[in-house]
Design a protein around this ligand. Structure first.
Ligand code: HMG
Length: 439
């Protein structure tokens, strides 16, 4: 039985580690060494990372890879990707190369509106509430004028506030639904500050409103927060080419296009398949979101809600063959930032933006959507031709070898051997133990 701790947050980093080693590792120094070997010797860089979150004890590395040859709207990109899973970067690169020769990817912004809500209770007459809202709305808007100054100068800010009756979903539940344009900022802080100010003004005005006083039914604020469901902030990415140029190995373009289109149709019809299909898309999306210091949890939550927007969880990608032309596309809700947050703090995020030729938020939305589409194309290409394991295990070989503590000579021999033999964990174990037996 472990003891709880009080005041842990006030301890120094060393004290925190000592507490952990004593309580969870029986004082074993190796746990401490594991944490310390990931500390950065550049103390100011370490301090920067320590300050990103709370109770920091070490750095948790993920690999940063790059996928070259992405032609997007006639601009060539090398896309940075942060991910732990082997074969994802290779798959993205593979799809980029495949489409490079066919005109590349097209991407367009559909909309950029973000939203947030003041959620409140009200059990009185709706007409009183509607009249109150209509009278109070100008004060709600002018009340956030100071907060909006800079955003407005740049061309963004609050778009509108509407009163939403949600009582059919939940008794007495209403919202002030607020829409925003936040330009190159993801906008979470801006939106939340505006919402909280709007809520405060709304609440104070309710106290002065006679019909509420008479009926003794006054709106009561529950909470104010942005929404990560952003179906009005979307981007479309697509690829397209004549079916005959889609030949893959010995498989004709027609057969490949039909199989891939069918695979997408299955993901549209069957949620069990759609979840895995979309997971493959998020391999690409999340990797770029992480590399560019954006909030992948917000994007994940919003994207999956979008995938279920018609009542059934379904494919995020679409495919069609019309008049001999194959088209494959994705529409994604993405609220991304290229300013604020980690974007100017994390040196590798700065590197990622430089590599991407300093995109604005709209350009980043396009790049991320393309990464998702490419990832899905590569996975489907494997699934409907060789099967996924061949390529995946080929890329996973090094992880298996590292897990077996293979020496560099053993690795070289294994890489040579597996150029022509299928990789599986058990046969790599046998291969390495055979090599060791020969010695
Ligand atoms: P391949 O055809 O054997 O590759 O594909 P290749 O050796 O002929 O090389 C062709 C190109 O592929 C290279 O061009 C690279 O662009 C890329 P080059 O650089 O030579 O000019 N490529 C690589 N890039 C970097 N490092 C490498 C590398 N190898 C090839 N080592 C590949 C091999 C793995 C790319 C292919 O089989 C593939 O795309 N497989 C799909 C892998 C995948 O989707 N992985 C994601 C994990 S599985 C998953 O989570 C999702 C899933 O469940 C989703 C779903 O069900 O829909 C599958």
């Amino acid at each position: 039985m472990k003891n709880p701790v009080s005041g842990f947050s006030k301890l120094t980093k060393t004290e925190k580690i000592n507490w952990l080693t004593t309580h969870y590792f029986e004082g074993n120094i190796s746990a401490k060494n594991t944490l310390e070997q990931y500390w950065n010797t550049n103390l100011s860089l370490q301090k920067l990372h320590d300050d990103f979150i709370e109770n920091t004890i070490s750095n948790y590395y993920l690999p940063l890879g790059v996928a070259p040859n992405f032609l997007i709207n006639d601009t060539l990109y090398t896309i940075p990707m942060v991910i732990e899973e082997s074969s994802v970067v290779a798959a993205a690169s593979n799809a980029a190369k495949f489409w490079l020769e066919k005109g590349g990817f097209k991407a367009e912004i559909i909309s950029t509106t973000k939203n947030g809500q003041v959620h409140f209770n009200y059990f009185g007459n709706f007409n009183d509430l509607q009249t109150f809202f209509n009278e109070t709305k100008p004060a709600l808007i002018s009340g956030i004028e100071t907060l909006q100054t800079n955003m407005k100068k740049r061309g963004g800010g609050l778009i509108d506030i509407t009163l939403v009756d949600s009582t059919k979903k939940l008794e007495g539940y209403y919202q002030l639904h607020c829409t925003f344009e936040t330009l190159d900022a993801m906008g979470a802080n801006f939106i939340n500050s505006c919402l909280e100010t709007i809520a405060t003004i709304f609440e104070s005005k309710t106290q002065e409103y006679t019909p509420f006083k008479i009926s003794e039914k006054t709106p009561e604020i529950v909470m104010s927060i942005l929404s990560n469901f952003v179906p009005e902030c979307t981007v479309k990415a697509s690829v397209s080419c004549p079916v005959e140029s889609l030949t893959v190995g010995k498989i004709s373009g027609q057969v490949f296009a039909e199989k891939l289109t069918r695979a997408v149709a299955i993901a549209k019809a069957e949620p069990r398949r759609a979840v895995t299909h979309n997971k493959g898309i998020m391999n690409g999306v999340d990797a770029v979101i992480l590399a560019t210091g954006n909030d992948f949890r917000a994007v994940e939550a919003g994207v999956h809600a979008f995938a279920a927007k018609n009542g059934n969880y379904s494919s995020l990608t679409h495919a069609a063959i019309e008049n001999g032309i194959f088209t494959f596309w994705i529409e994604l809700p993405l609220a991304l930032g290229t300013v604020g947050g980690l974007t100017s703090l994390h040196p590798l995020v700065k590197f990622a933006f430089d590599l991407l030729q300093k995109p604005n938020a709209k350009e980043l939305m396009k790049i991320v959507a393309v990464a998702g589409l490419a990832q899905n194309f590569a996975a489907l290409k494997s699934l409907v031709t060789t099967g996924i394991q061949k390529g995946h295990m080929k890329m996973h070989l090094m992880n298996i070898l590292n897990g077996l503590n293979a020496t560099s000579t053993e690795k070289e021999q294994a890489i040579e051997h597996y150029k022509t033999n299928p990789v599986s964990h058990s046969n790599v174990v046998t291969f390495i133990s055979n090599l060791r037996d020969i010695k």
